[in-house]
Ligand binder design. Structure first.
Ligand code: F6P
Length: 343
């Protein structure tokens, strides 16, 4: 009997823990007697037939490495003529019994549509933003939070030495999970997230109150997607293939406003891709590994159109459509918690 083959691709922004998933899939598949074919740079690899044979040797030594050995991109096959047909053809050309799409709302949104069109696709949820529904956590988030927390710790000492306000811009396009967790863990005095419009006068009042109490420095953690009166602050208006603008700049605007309104010297630090690079934490390595093994079980059971997910401490299946239908935002009660430590 010919060996069965499965495909795997990683899409969207890279994320610490992707290599842990790839390694687990390859090692777990070998135990089932399946071969694994990697597609390079997300859906682009399926469209352009760019592949990598994955085996025990190619996944050796990658567990601790950030990024993805498969490469990634924000390619949307539904945005270019004939691309979906090429994706379908790739299943036939390579004799794939299933495809594993590892990604966030965009990549898994494509996976859900392909599964609807009867292609054997399953998903693994990934995003540092942690905003994907139907899973308590995505891998990459814990690493990003720990990096951002360490940066906040470092900003504290320099802010305190200079009696400055430091605004730290943290990733988080639609949801403020990283800013909320890192802000809580790193003792930020103000946390601002996309879910709650920025009230600049309130922010300044909190900082002034600290000064009145003799705390002559403040740390403001702001998610890049936080908005003034509902408007995104963007670096450019151009949209990517999934309709997203490039965010960035809210920290600078905020810092200027704080300095102008309070008179306190203010600086800004943008963490950017530092939060996505480098080695995954133990939590993300283990979650990626559990997801990689779990998704193979979905294939075995023929649960196409599903992704693997974490609910409580259990690895369970969730419908891709449910996971990509709406985003998981920071609940109001959780965000409110940060106010207890504000100022
Ligand atoms: O979706 C993950 C994310 O890191 C967001 O937090 C951020 O807005 C975006 O990706 C940045 O994307 P890029 O790497 O394409 O600039």
């Amino acid at each position: 009997m010919a060996t069965e083959k499965i495909g795997i691709l990683t899409g969207g922004g890279d994320c610490p823990g992707l290599n842990a998933v790839i390694r687990a899939v390859v090692k777990g598949a070998a135990k089932k007697g399946w071969q694994v074919l990697g597609f390079k740079n997300s859906w682009k690899g399926m469209i352009d037939n760019e592949t990598i044979e994955l085996n025990d040797r190619s996944v050796s030594g990658i567990l601790h490495r950030g990024g993805t050995i498969l490469g990634t991109s924000r390619t949307n096959p539904y945005k270019s003529e004939g691309a979906v047909a090429k994706v379908r053809a790739a299943f036939v050309t390579h004799g794939l019994k299933a495809l594993i799409a590892v990604g966030g709302e965009d990549t898994l949104g494509v996976a859900a549509k392909l599964a609807d069109e009867k292609m054997p696709v399953v998903g693994v949820p990934k995003t540092i933003d942690n905003d994907l529904a139907c899973t308590d956590f995505t891998f990459g988030f814990d690493t990003a939070v720990n990096i951002a927390m360490e940066c906040l710790d470092r900003l504290h000492t320099t802010a305190e030495s200079h009696n400055r306000v430091i605004v730290c811009e943290i990733m988080g396009r639609h949801a403020g999970w990283i800013a909320t967790y890192a802000g809580l863990a790193g003792g930020a005095d103000v946390i601002l997230i996309p879910e709650v419009p920025i009230e600049i006068d309130h922010v300044c009042e909190v900082i002034r109150n600290r000064h009145a109490r003799g705390k002559l420095f403040s740390i403001v953690a702001v998610a890049e997607g936080a908005k003034f009166a509902g408007k995104d602050v963007t670096q450019e208006e151009k949209l990517d293939q999934f309709g997203h603008v490039r965010l960035g700049g809210v920290g600078q605007i905020l810092a200027e406003l704080i300095e102008k309104k309070t008179g306190y010297e203010t600086r800004v630090t943008v963490l950017g891709h530092i939060q996505r690079g480098g080695s995954p934490t133990a939590f993300d390595r283990v979650l990626g590994t559990r997801f990689g093994i779990g998704v193979l079980n979905l294939i075995e059971k023929g649960q196409f159109g599903y992704m693997i997910s974490l609910q409580g401490d259990k690895i369970v299946a969730a419908k891709l459509k449910d996971a990509t239908g709406s985003l998981k935002l920071v609940p109001k009660e959780f965000y409110e918690l940060s106010k207890i430590f504000s100022g």
